[in-house]
Design a protein around this ligand. Structure first.
Ligand code: F6R
Length: 251
């Protein structure tokens, strides 16, 4: 089912598997129409199925990563790239090691940087000078995009951020204990994200239904960072039925 909500093309898919296939189709369309696309990638649980589908498509020669440049949204800080919890590791493990992307075309904020402010400044310059054609996003339970937590300014560039209690709790599922979850991160800012030509946001699961309703129907406010997407000219949102349940009641 497809609907237009406040300037955003919204697809509500039957289940997570269909959501993943739909998102992979959107990314494939971008890659096929511009084989040297700059794509902004996200980590987290939601895109894993999409990345699996892209790996399949690449193996079956439906998509070609050889001209693609990747810019990741965010990274924990501080963290070693070799740490299995780093987003550097996640991206290689879940996508980059399994497709024909060039290893020198992978850019992820450096969780090992000594000078964190310099790292953010340089990453921002790099992203802005290249220009992102398609930015992939997930949605935090508190409405965050990247690690732009509630009350982040809409003019924000790549920066170092302390994570919200709710984000640390949500991410604890990937760690042995709460104590092990990094408490800060480097993230593209909201302005960096909004400068992408196109945005694809994927939202899955019943626990995201309330925040999903807010970003499409609520006010545009820094208290709900993803609500800013209503101001972007080319956003596609793909939800599964669980995440879209409250939206469906409204239409
Ligand atoms: C990850 C990121 C985060 C996640 C969000 C949703 O790179 O930037 O904003 O997209 O926390 O995470 P999941 O998909 O695990 O629910």
């Amino acid at each position: 089912m497809q609907i237009d909500l406040n300037n955003i093309k919204v697809f509500i898919e039957e289940d997570y598997d269909k959501l993943s296939k739909k998102c992979a189709e959107v990314i494939k369309a971008q890659m096929n129409s511009k084989p040297d696309s700059n794509i902004g990638f996200a980590t987290g649980g939601t895109p894993v199925g999409t990345y699996k589908e892209l790996i399949r498509m690449n193996a079956e020669k439906e998509v070609d990563f050889s001209g693609i440049t990747a810019f990741n949204l965010d990274e924990y800080y501080p963290i070693l790239k070799s740490d299995s919890q780093s987003y550097d590791y996640f991206m290689k493990d879940n996508l980059f090691n399994h497709v024909n992307i060039k290893k020198d075309r992978l850019f992820i904020p450096n969780g090992e940087a000594k000078d964190v402010d310099l790292e953010c400044e340089e990453y921002e310059k790099h992203v802005m000078s290249a220009g992102v054609d398609l930015q992939i996003l997930g949605l935090g339970l508190n409405g965050h995009i990247g690690f732009n937590e509630p009350e982040s300014v809409f003019t924000g560039k790549t920066h170092h951020v302390n994570l919200d209690e709710s984000t640390i709790n949500a991410n604890a599922r990937f760690f042995n204990s709460y104590e092990e979850v990094p408490k800060s991160a480097l993230t593209m800012g909201i302005k960096t994200i909004m400068m992408a030509k196109k945005i694809l946001i994927m939202i899955s699961g019943e626990n995201k239904a309330e925040i999903a309703e807010k970003i499409f129907f609520g006010d545009i406010t820094p208290f709900v960072p993803a609500s800013v997407l209503q101001l972007h000219p080319d956003v596609t949102a793909v939800l599964d039925k669980e995440a879209g349940s409250r939206i469906m009641k409204r239409i």
